[in-house]
Design a protein around this ligand. Structure first.
Ligand code: PLP
Length: 646
């Protein structure tokens, strides 16, 4: 397609086109130079003064990466944004507690599964320390991470998932060391194990129960909510757990109620309903003699990936303050009439904690478009009849007959293809026909907006004619949810935003897989306005809000490995430091992940090359070149490396 219908372009149009003000949560903006900038709060952790911000251009950071030999694609982590996200959640709960005069505190726990990367968890432990922000562990490995990372005794550890004896022992030891470490019981059999091991080790356990609420939620995981939820105890199982604890004389160890309505909850109404139902369980557990005191709301605080501010799989109809207020109100409205003390509120926000702090950058390698390649000229008199008919369509076309012309063009183009398949026309004739066809389609597309009633078959032309921008990345490695669950991430060029983007495009990645593409964008769009490539300049694209789940769910499709990772910290004066530079997987690394022995591969290849010397196919000097090229590849980056970088 030739151009977007826009006639005027400035920075504000750029911002609106890519929706940056709607999804960025105030963390990203576009500068007057047309570059995406990180608008970083530098007013000190925990402060509610949002006014002090500094801008750092992503292009400056990319230049810094180049100087350090950190090639695209790169995952960029911004420590300040993680710090700020943790503050935001804790401060929002604090101010809602104060506003509503709630008589207890809030404690957050970060679910490690959402981003298990060592540096991320370390930073969460560090930045969360001042709030006693703890960790949620869903496995023994995650509990080990939690025990090694948390320094603050006030931070909670919540153990979810199925727990064997080793898991339980580790948790009991954590209690011995002074942590508040809760076992969230997922099944009655687990309770028997907890009772036995706590007696044997002489440690009083802190027990919670995860209940299965009947409240169903909207959003991507709707089918897995309510009665169809695969986790949690139903009311019968909950009674079984209570009775087991009573029989063991340990009902006082039952202190927490946990529920998790689902991730990425788009509707505040569902959240409120869920909290109310959970509070009914909470009251019932107190009535059964449990000591209680803690209400764990699970995760689910959504991230507005689309910036639509409304219900939808990739958006939400509430903000953080409303989330906190509505939860606290629902708890108070249910518990107060029964005269029950307000519990400590715990939440396990994953996405909302880490999504904003990472973005993924890649360069575009090439573009495939559907523009005609040659100037369309009238075929010679003796040319193929169908080709001539096709050309006549171009002469007859006007806004009044575009549908007819479109149908005729398809008919003649297909007819030429049949003739080619039967060996009746040559490659040049077929290519001429395809070229004429593309020029007709382009004109149809240009004329379409002026037509009052656009036939259905023409309404998808924008997508059908969209360019394909080949990006230097793997969807499966870096944006796995875009492939697996159709997750929409904000995506846009990070520079040239003072130039009008004149192309409409989707992205394809480096894997030769039909699913290796991004063709879902905010607002249900299937294409994104982009700039034509320049010969001498890289074109950089940023995918934002990728800090949650993407790093840990990734896969080695086509053996594209972990990308380079850069972690920066922005200072109050707008300067920034490269805190960490992690080089991505080399080819030898990814080969070893799938059980190849890189050294063994080299030996095998060396023998083959040696044979070629013996057979006189190559000289010894060529042998040396071939072997050093092989070794260099083995140690190289798995992604496309091109000359401008070196
Ligand atoms: N807690 C539990 C038990 C979960 O299963 C999940 C994820 O689904 C979370 C917390 C994190 O949810 P979110 O990332 O939506 O906050």
């Amino acid at each position: 397609m030739k151009s977007t219908p826009l006639e005027h372009w400035d920075i504000n149009t750029a911002k609106e086109t890519y929706g940056i003000d709607h999804w960025s949560n105030g963390y990203f903006d576009v500068s007057d130079q047309g570059e995406v900038v990180i608008t970083c709060p530098v007013n000190g952790a925990g402060s509610n003064d949002e006014s002090k911000k500094v801008n750092v251009s992503l292009m400056d950071i990319i230049e810094g990466m180049k100087d350090r030999d950190l090639h695209m694609p790169v995952l960029l982590r911004i420590e300040n944004l993680l710090d700020h996200s943790i503050s935001r959640i804790n401060e929002a709960f604090r101010s809602a507690i104060k506003k509503l005069d709630y008589q207890n505190i809030y404690r957050g726990v970060f679910p490690i599964k959402v981003n298990q990367q060592c540096h991320v968890v370390e930073e969460i432990a560090q930045f969360g320390d001042r709030y006693g922000h703890g960790l949620e562990a869903g496995s023994k490995a995650e509990l080990i991470i939690a025990l090694a990372s948390l320094q603050n005794d006030d931070s909670y550890i919540v153990c979810n998932g199925y727990k064997d004896e080793e898991f339980i022992d580790l948790g009991l030891r954590a209690i011995q060391l002074g942590w508040k470490c809760f076992f969230v019981v997922e099944s009655p059999t687990e309770v028997e194990l907890i009772i036995r091991r706590s007696r044997e080790l002489g440690v009083k356990p802190m027990i919670g129960t995860r209940v299965k609420l009947s409240t169903t939620v909207e959003g991507h995981w709707q089918q897995d909510s309510g009665d169809r939820s695969i986790f949690g105890l139903n009311s019968l199982q909950l009674l079984e757990v209570i009775d087991l604890l009573k029989d063991a004389g340990m009902i006082d160890c039952l202190e927490m109620l946990h529920f998790h309505l689902g991730s990425q909850l788009p509707s505040i109404h569902n959240i409120r309903q869920g909290v109310q139902e959970a509070c009914r369980y909470y009251i019932s557990m107190i009535n059964e003699g449990a000591s209680m005191g803690y209400l764990d709301l699970g995760g689910g605080l959504a991230v507005d990936y689309e910036g639509a501010h409304q219900k939808g799989d990739h958006s939400k109809n509430y903000n953080l303050n409303e989330y906190c207020i509505d939860i606290i109100e629902a708890v108070m409205q249910t518990l107060d009439p029964k005269g029950i003390d307000h519990p400590v509120l715990i939440s396990e926000s994953g996405r909302a904690t880490v999504a904003y702090s990472s973005l993924f950058l890649f360069n575009v390698l090439e573009v495939a478009n559907f523009d005609p390649v040659f100037v369309v000229e009238k075929p010679e008199d003796e040319a193929n009849e169908t080709l001539k008919n096709l050309y006549e369509v171009t002469e007859a076309m006007s806004a009044k007959n575009i549908r007819e012309c479109y149908n005729d063009a398809i008919f003649y183009r297909d007819e030429i293809r049949h003739q080619f398949n039967r060996g009746q026309v040559d490659l040049r004739t077929r290519a001429m026909a395809e070229n004429i066809f593309l020029s007709i389609i382009q004109r149809v597309q240009l004329l379409a907006p002026s037509v009052d009633y656009l036939p259905e078959e023409l309404s998808n032309l924008r997508e059908d004619l969209a360019d394909i921008y080949y990006g230097n990345f793997s969807v499966f490695q870096s944006l796995p949810d875009a492939w697996a669950i159709g997750q929409v991430f904000p995506i846009m060029p990070v520079h040239r935003l003072n130039e009008m983007p004149t192309r409409e495009a989707m992205f394809a990645d480096l894997t030769c897989d039909c699913d290796g593409k991004i063709d879902q964008f905010a607002g249900g769009r299937k294409t994104l306005p982009l700039h034509p490539l320049k010969k001498t300049e890289d074109y950089y694209i940023g995918t934002f809000l990728v800090g949650a789940y993407q790093e840990t769910l990734s896969d080695l499709h086509n053996l594209f490995g972990d990308t380079n990772v850069v972690s920066i910290c922005i200072n109050e004066d707008g300067s920034y430091d490269f805190m960490r530079e992690l080089y991505g997987d080399s080819i030898a690394d990814v080969l070893s992940y799938v059980e190849y022995d890189p050294k063994g591969l080299k030996d095998k290849f060396r023998k083959k090359v040696e044979n070629a010397v013996r057979d006189g196919k190559i000289t010894v000097a060529t042998r040396k070149e071939i072997l050093s090229a092989f070794s260099a590849s083995m140690n190289g980056y798995t992604y496309y490396e091109h000359e401008q970088w070196s």
